[in-house]
Unconditional design. Structure first.
Length: 115
């Protein structure tokens, strides 16, 4: 009985992707919203750290009176991919803050009257 030679279980996960990952530092600035409000810097830092962790990135933020400046460090194959990840990190953090703010406002609203 003749047996077939075994194939290796190692395959390329993304076909054609042979590029080494490089480290990129991407600066993302968050300005005041249309109501003139800036996210709470501490809440933003917590949310951004969590969002960065989910994207295998890291983030450092500083704030001024009118903006939050973040530097997101990403390991990516090119600058475009790094910028996309950095923008996603900040976007996820802002989305989390908006959801938390809406939930707080809803919990503090008086119950509807049963008329």
């Amino acid at each position: 009985m003749e047996s077939k030679p075994e194939r290796s279980a190692i395959r390329i996960i993304v076909p054609g992707m042979y590029e080494q990952l490089s480290r990129y530092n991407v600066t993302v600035t968050v300005s005041r919203d249309q109501d003139g409000e800036l996210p709470d810097p501490v809440a933003f830092a917590v949310a951004a750290d969590e969002a960065a962790w989910h994207k295998s990135a890291s983030i450092v933020s500083a704030h001024t009176d009118d903006r939050i400046i973040s530097i997101v460090t990403v390991h990516a194959p090119d600058r475009h991919a790094a910028v996309a990840v950095a923008r996603a990190v900040v976007s996820d953090a802002l989305r989390y803050l908006a959801v938390a703010r809406a939930a707080r406002a809803e919990s503090q609203a008086p119950p509807p009257s049963a008329a």
